[in-house]
Design a protein around this ligand. Structure first.
Ligand SMILES: Cc1ncc(COP(=O)(O)O)c(C=O)c1O
Length: 388
């Protein structure tokens, strides 16, 4: 068995010294958003199951129906063992909902960002990436071999300046890559402004809708749905309640990805029960405006209370609410305090977020009860530690 090298163990020792060592926590799901961890019952405020769909009877029923119809696995890549007939209907449904020519179901958001960007861009391209973009977008950018630069978060002037820089101007193609709802800050990008910047600079626009699919826009199909955007990706593992991802795009882009995107070509298709759950989620989501409204009102209430307590929640305007603390060990102590009060709310530290911006990241779900929300606020109120 491989043992780690001195260099790797030094990297782990650094993490310990910096209070940044990550550990897996064992949990047992109970009902709804309750989990049991180390013998304690906790309300989960760290799950991205924003609509509670992972426990929805229709998703479970459809997953079971697909399991019994198709079995537990796809057997190989969709190109190799044959494309299960359920994919066509699923992708048509998705494209109709997103308002795009076509859609392609893929195997997880990380893999999609990594391999779609690597397929679409090459060393003759330039990618401008929002500074707070998800790691998968950064990795995909690097893997593509394109020249790249990160613009200041949500700053369209800085974006346009970078797109006009000489090394961007000489590129064959320029791409803008960003998220519609930012995963760690819960703020939104300015989609219309980005569309205008892309037009001004003759750049292409790639939007990651991981945290917006299911929650915003027409029929809950995301902030970018219906807008003139070159390529949209999103995931099914968050508000959609299961796993997997999609690309919503033109027919020609779909054909290109089926042929040239390594994450599609060389990876086994999603397990059929997951496809069943996605199918049911796409049926339910357009009907869930009441849940979306409740979630947004809950988020406003939580933000208002946190601000009254003197906390900064940054620019959050969605179901993701950071409570900024700054120092890594303070954020960890805060998280432990919340746990002692029955709340699971993980501290997010660098390198996931910039240095000195450690935070508690709250993920609200329409499935949280009012009582659970008040328990959270009470737990936060009783913390005597420092605020940012
Ligand atoms: C913005 C963003 N994009 C992509 C991903 C990766 O998606 P997945 O979890 O489906 O791999 C995440 C995951 O957290 C994310 O936050």
């Amino acid at each position: 068995m491989l043992e780690i090298t001195d260099r790797q163990s030094a990297a782990l020792a650094d993490r310990v010294a910096e209070n940044r060592l990550r550990r897996l926590r064992s949990i047992k799901p109970l009902t709804g958003l309750l989990v049991e961890s180390a013998g304690r019952t906790l309300i989960n405020f760290s799950s991205n199951d924003y609509l509670g769909l992972s426990q929805h009877p229709l998703l479970k029923e459809r997953a079971a129906a697909f399991l019994s119809r198709y079995g537990t696995g796809c057997g190989a890549s969709r190109l190799v063992s044959g494309n299960l007939d359920c994919y066509d209907a699923l992708e048509e449904k998705l494209a109709a909902l997103k308002g795009t020519e076509t859609a392609l179901v893929m195997n997880g958001g990380f893999q999609t960002n990594l391999t779609v960007l690597a397929a679409l861009a090459d060393d003759k391209c330039f990618i401008a990436l929002d500074r707070l973009s998800h790691n998968s977008l950064l990795q995909g950018t690097v893997l593509s071999g394109a020249k790249w630069n990160r613009f200041q978060h949500n700053d369209l002037n800085d974006l346009e300046r970078r797109l006009e820089a000489p090394r961007a101007r000489i590129a064959d193609e320029r791409w803008i890559v960003t998220e519609s709802v930012f995963s760690m800050d819960g703020d939104r990008c300015d989609i219309n402004g980005l569309v205008a910047s892309a037009r001004n600079s003759q750049a292409k626009l790639f939007i990651d809708e991981a945290h917006s699919t299911g929650l915003f826009g027409e029929a809950g199909m995301g902030l970018a749905a219906g807008k003139p955007i070159d390529l949209i990706m999103g995931t099914f593992g968050k508000a959609c309640g299961s796993f997997g991802s999609y690309v919503a795009c033109s027919k020609t882009t779909r054909e290109f990805l089926i042929n040239c995107c390594s994450g599609f070509v060389y990876s086994t298709g999603l397990p059929p029960p997951v496809l069943g759950a996605i199918d049911a989620a796409l049926e339910l989501i357009p009907t869930m405006s009441a849940q979306r409204l409740r979630l947004s009102q809950m988020a406003d209430h939580v933000r208002k209370n946190l601000k009254e307590m003197g906390y900064s929640t940054g620019e959050s305007s969605t179901q993701i609410i950071p409570i900024f603390i700054g120092d890594d060990s303070d954020a960890l102590s805060f998280s432990t305090h919340l746990e002692n009060c029955g709340i699971l709310a993980t501290a997010i530290r660098p390198p996931t977020v910039p240095v000195r911006t450690a935070r508690i990241r709250l993920s609200l779900s329409a499935a949280h009860t009012d009582e659970q929300m008040e328990t959270l606020l009470q737990a936060v109120r009783s913390w005597m530690g420092p605020k940012k």
